[in-house]
Design a binder for this molecule. Structure first.
Ligand code: C5P
Length: 408
């Protein structure tokens, strides 16, 4: 990969000898550039005024002000895959930069300031498929601010550190950060040398990039699961695995987890290096797991059982990243069925796709006549809960509110 890293403070001059700045030493950014180069990536380091040696194998571009930094990053952005903004960019600069030293007597104690451009926000429009990572140096609880910046600056990852905590902060050799992504639970990197924190961050960014560019195989024959990935704009191929069904009679969540994982592993064995997504959905009603009916008569009996009752749809989702890391989760939706006449059931069965007569109702089409209401994620009823998918696939997918009808 090609990393573009910024580091250090910026200086905002009021005249040739006076400037606004901050105590950043550039250590974290230099550590990230060094870690990227050590891991075999290309690394360009855009550095504010700091007194650190250039890490081996890193190309360095020195800048002074925030505006210089924006221009340097803008010009190198097209040839990078990941931008990591470690720099403590000054938020304001003097409205005027005097060409010669201001005289003490001529100053009235005020300094007019103007806002500096935000590098990340300014370049968000040119982001494309690149990964953008930021740092949030906060005092107090950094979580809320980090999440706000993640959204506002359209970042894939933000590392938040409490600069007031012992062992953390500007000049320190060590750091402890919590990494937030748009999709996943926060990951805490405990207090360690900045070089070790940097190596972890570079690995995390590498994993996000690998997951994005690897081919995705959907281990499923369900047209509804495929439809969800299509509607999310994800490129994939679908391949049913034929893995044998596992049933744990008193454990619906365990059943879907086990089945999803089994399908995922069967498919992964055939496609090493690909990302594999698999899912399993079952209906749980009155303490019984309802499996998949084999024919129209089975489907009629199954839907008859659910008529007028509320049941739970369990969906297990299993994902294996291109690096082989596996993750499995379960989601639940609660579905209230209408009281149905045998005729209404027969009408539905006649038009429904035989692959999805149970467990996943084709709610936006014919199945809507069966359902009175539901809570949970609509996509879960379709067979894939969206929140974990966003995490697995590292893309900012839209999430619908509970019970909201999908747009057609
Ligand atoms: O200053 P702030 O807390 O908003 O910084 C969060 C992230 O945004 C950091 O990664 C920082 O490098 C970046 N930033 C920027 N341009 C600015 C200020 C901050 O890209 N003018």
């Amino acid at each position: 990969m090609r990393f573009l890293v910024t580091a250090g403070p910026t200086r905002e001059f009021a005249d040739p000898v006076r400037f606004l700045s901050n105590p950043s030493t550039g250590k974290m950014g230099f550590a990230v550039a060094r870690a990227a180069a050590r891991a075999g990536h290309d690394a360009v380091l855009v550095a504010g005024p700091v007194s650190l040696p250039t890490p081996p194998g890193v190309e360095r571009v020195d800048v002074v002000s925030a505006c210089d930094m924006l221009e340097a990053v803008r010009s190198r952005l097209p040839e990078c895959d990941a931008l990591v903004m470690c720099a403590a960019v000054a938020d304001w600069r003097p409205a005027r930069r005097a060409a010669s030293k201001l005289k003490k007597g001529g100053m009235d104690g005020t300094l007019a300031l103007v806002r500096n451009p935000d590098v990340l926000k300014t370049l968000a429009a040119d982001k494309g498929d690149r990964i953008f990572a930021g740092f949030a140096a906060e005092t107090g609880d950094p979580g809320a601010e980090a999440m706000r910046k993640l959204r506002e600056k359209n970042l894939d990852l933000i590392a938040a550190n409490d600069v007031s905590a012992p062992g953390c902060g500007f000049a320190s050799e060590t750091n402890s950060v919590t990494v937030y992504t748009a999709f996943d639970a926060p990951v805490r990197i405990p207090l360690m040398r900045k070089s070790a924190v940097a190596a972890r961050l570079v690995r995390m960014i590498g994993r996000i990039a690998a997951a994005r560019s690897a081919p995705l195989v959907l281990a499923s024959k369900s047209p509804r699961r495929a439809k969800i990935l299509e509607s999310l704009g994800v490129e994939f191929t679908a391949e049913p695995t034929g893995a044998p069904e596992i049933s744990l009679p008193h454990d619906p969540a365990g059943t879907v987890r086990a089945n999803a994982a089994a399908k995922m592993r069967a498919c992964r064995a055939k496609h090493p290096g690909a990302a594999v997504l698999a899912a399993d959905t079952i209906v749980w009603c009155g303490g019984t797991i309802y499996g998949k009916p084999r024919d129209a008569a089975g489907a009629a009996a199954f839907l008859g059982e659910l008529s007028g009752r509320t049941h739970t749809v369990f969906t297990g989702v299993a994902y294996c990243g291109p690096d082989g890391a596996e993750r499995v989760c379960t989601a639940e939706s609660h579905v209230r069925f209408k009281k149905l006449s045998p005729r209404a059931i027969a009408r539905y069965i006649a038009v429904a796709n035989p692959l999805d007569r149970a467990g996943a109702y084709d709610i936006d089409e014919h199945g809507s006549m069966l359902v009175e209401g539901w809570t949970g994620e609509y996509e879960n009823i379709m067979g894939l809960p969206v929140a974990p998918l966003r995490g697995f696939l590292c893309r900012p997918f839209p999430v619908r509110k509970s019970g909201e009808r999908p747009e057609r």
